[in-house]
Design a protein around this ligand. Structure first.
Ligand code: ADP
Ligand code: MG
Length: 319
């Protein structure tokens, strides 16, 4: 087994720096090794030179260097999948929501984003053979729409003990974008110690949109959002967990051709997300999920239904 290194083992990292790193949520050598130098300068009050030497030392301690495609493949073989409850959605991505990836759920109000998030909080707890990862969920709620009652109904539908299921969902309400980023920092320490295999931010964009209105605010907003997304990506990668972000639709009235609606968050989200799933309403409880922008999967659609006991396939709806 590989030796586990601690922050104090990294050359050039003293107790004062460790303290600051920990406050910022950088709790392990792994996290330090992938924190951008510029971020380190900011969070630990270091000179550019010192920060980059610390990053180098952390990387060499972990032996981070070029690997072969074979190693990439073997890491990909550790990817796990979480079922959404609907085979139609699962099959869009192969076998469900992937770990080591960031999956974005995009859709207008009522399209089912938050319902799928609830479903996945339960799904991740299922054992491997039932489509879960036998792990916990961590939920960052920016809109105040998380409902334990929905979790209970979904757990009952799957024949699980609702009390146990609720206990395995770590929850925080984010009150503004700074708070949201702080919670993501704190999540870094929580996920490694609590067998968290799914991190949800529902929605990732609400606070950013309302706090940074107008064109002048776009650049600082996008920079900040970029830092947030990349931190979540690092978490997915280091801890082999799935990240789900929900995103809103933005209408662009100046579009003459094609769809005037597009996902909010611009290029930062478009480039940050590994997979993007667009949800839209259909008749009654029916919803359509469409995968857009996947490095691996063709564009395709699936239909699912939202029921009291959660997300299911349309064929399974009782009439
Ligand atoms: P959003 O995309 O805005 O997050 P939601 O995930 O909150 O949308 O989906 C809201 C929809 O979910 C509602 O319009 C309703 O149709 C459905 N829904 C919510 N609760 C239940 C329930 N207990 N039983 C059946 N459908 C529900
Ligand atoms: Mg919602």
């Amino acid at each position: 087994m590989a030796v586990k290194h601690e922050l104090e083992d990294v050359e050039g990292v003293g107790p004062a720096t460790i303290e600051k790193l920990k406050i910022a949520g950088v709790l392990s050598v792994e996290a330090l090794a992938v924190t951008p130098t510029r971020t380190l300068v900011e969070i630990a009050d270091l000179t550019e030179e010192k920060a980059s030497s610390i990053t180098r030392n952390a990387r060499s301690l972990l032996n981070i260097r070029f690997t072969t495609a074979k190693d990439v493949l073997s890491k990909r073989q550790n990817i796990g999948y979480i079922t959404t409850g609907s085979k139609a959605i699962d099959s869009l991505l192969g076998k469900g929501i992937e770990s080591q990836a960031l999956t974005e759920l995009i859709g207008e109000f009522g399209s089912g984003k938050t319902q799928i998030c609830h479903q996945l909080c339960v799904g991740v707890q299922l054992p491997l053979e039932k489509g879960g990862l036998g792990g916990r969920a961590l939920f960052i709620d920016t809109e105040g729409t998380f409902r334990p009652e929905r979790v209970i109904a979904i757990a009952q539908g799957l024949g699980l003990n609702p009390d146990e299921v609720l206990g395995n969902i770590i929850y925080a309400r984010a009150f503004n974008s700074d708070h949201q980023m702080l919670l993501a920092d704190e999540a870094f320490s929580l996920v490694s110690q609590n067998n968290v295999r799914l991190v949800i931010v529902d929605s990732v964009i609400t606070h950013f949109r309302s706090e940074y209105p107008g064109r002048e605010a776009l650049a600082p907003r996008q920079q900040k959002l970029n830092r947030h997304i990349h931190q979540l990506l690092r978490m997915a990668d280091i801890y082999n967990l799935a990240v789900i972000l929900t995103n809103q639709i933005q209408s662009t009235p100046d579009t003459f051709f094609g769809n005037p609606n597009k996902p909010a968050g611009g290029n930062v989200l478009a480039h940050g997300s590994t997979y993007r799933i667009w949800l839209r309403k259909s008749k009654e409880s029916r919803r359509v999920a469409k995968i857009i922008d996947s490095p691996l999967h063709p564009e395709s659609e699936g239909i699912f239904a939202i029921t009291t006991n959660g997300i299911i396939d349309v064929d399974d709806v009782k009439h």
